[in-house]
Design a binder for this molecule. Structure first.
Ligand code: ADP
Length: 293
């Protein structure tokens, strides 16, 4: 089993010919409403990979919350640990133009209210070897999830990134850190590393004691068993990429699932790289259940 503690949002995407200027009104050429939020996306990816997944998050008692619950359930995710609150379900409104330029406004809503007490209570009742978190819910709640972990592997995807100082107490409790290149840059205060050597330099400079898996987009991922060790490069297959949004979430979900099955870090990373690459060949942030895995 895998426990995912994190965010759930209902995303609305509006397609426009160009991103509007402040004060301007534009007509959209189309729109779509899709389930999102890094937590929900990662939970769905882990479930689609074959895992039994428990999602711990917070939703509003509104239609968006109902849609999110339906979506998670339809992907086989256990939502009995999801808290229903008197707050709006989190939303993201995305405005995207023909060239791919975008504008995004996130309203965290219920996600911002996911409490330490709720997470403690649910975690105490679920047996699972792996807990996966991101940073779209309060940091204190993430820390609580990391603390409630006797014998569990705590995997942290530090997204969206915050300063390494604020994250320090959570990093102390993290077993496997999974940043992308820009998150790694922010963690180390350096420029975005592009080559494997630069990535290795950054990781070697981290003030952290666990393992690190850095996602490298089309280059795949680099696995570091320890921060002062060498990288094992896991290349991505060449695929016909149409949309990379959510690829990092698929990666994290599949990685956590592999670890929960007892795979070693490199083996779990291989599968995560393969399925994340596959997810870039269709549109949408959540892994489709139609996608054979
Ligand atoms: P994020 O979505 O967080 O920015 P990355 O861009 O590093 O994360 O992508 C995560 C994973 O998705 C990569 O490790 C890789 O497996 C896969 N991926 C992303 N972009 C591509 C691509 N263009 N071709 C193949 N695989 C990709």
């Amino acid at each position: 089993d895998v426990i995912v503690v994190g965010s759930a949002n209902l995303d609305t995407t509006l397609r426009v010919c160009r991103v509007p200027a402040p004060g301007e009104t534009l007509l959209a050429s189309g729109s779509s409403v899709t389930p999102g939020g890094k937590g929900a996306n990662q939970a769905v990816a882990a479930a689609a990979a074959g895992g039994k997944v428990h999602f711990i998050g917070a939703l509003g008692r509104d239609s968006a919350g109902e849609t999110m619950r339906e979506s998670l359930r339809s992907h086989g995710v256990d939502i009995s640990g999801t808290h229903l609150l008197q707050a709006p379900t989190g939303t993201a409104t995305v405005i995207v133009d023909d060239s791919g330029e975008n504008l995004i406004v996130v309203n965290p809503g219920a996600n911002a209210l996911l409490s330490i007490e709720h997470v403690d209570e649910v975690l105490a009742e679920i047996e699972a070897p792996v807990v996966l978190c991101q940073l779209e819910v309060p940091l204190e709640t993430v820390r609580a999830a990391a603390e409630q972990n006797p014998g569990r592997t705590f995997v942290l995807n530090p997204a969206p990134m915050m300063s390494a100082d604020r994250l320090a107490s959570v990093l102390l409790l993290t077993d496997i850190l999974v940043p992308n290149q820009s998150e790694l840059a922010q963690l180390t205060g350096r420029e975005v590393p592009t080559t494997l050597d630069e990535v290795t330099d950054c990781v070697n400079g981290l003030e952290y004691r666990g393992a690190v898996v850095v996602t490298l987009g089309a280059l795949g991922a680099a696995v570091f068993q320890t921060v002062d060790g060498a990288a094992t490069h896991v290349p991505a297959p060449i695929v016909n990429t149409v949309d990379t949004s959510g690829a990092g979430d698929v990666f994290c979900g599949v990685l956590a699932y592999g670890l929960s099955q007892g795979s070693d870090l490199v083996t779990a990373t291989r599968r995560a790289v393969a399925l994340a690459a596959e997810s870039t060949t269709f549109h949408g942030a959540q892994m489709s259940s139609r996608n054979p895995v």
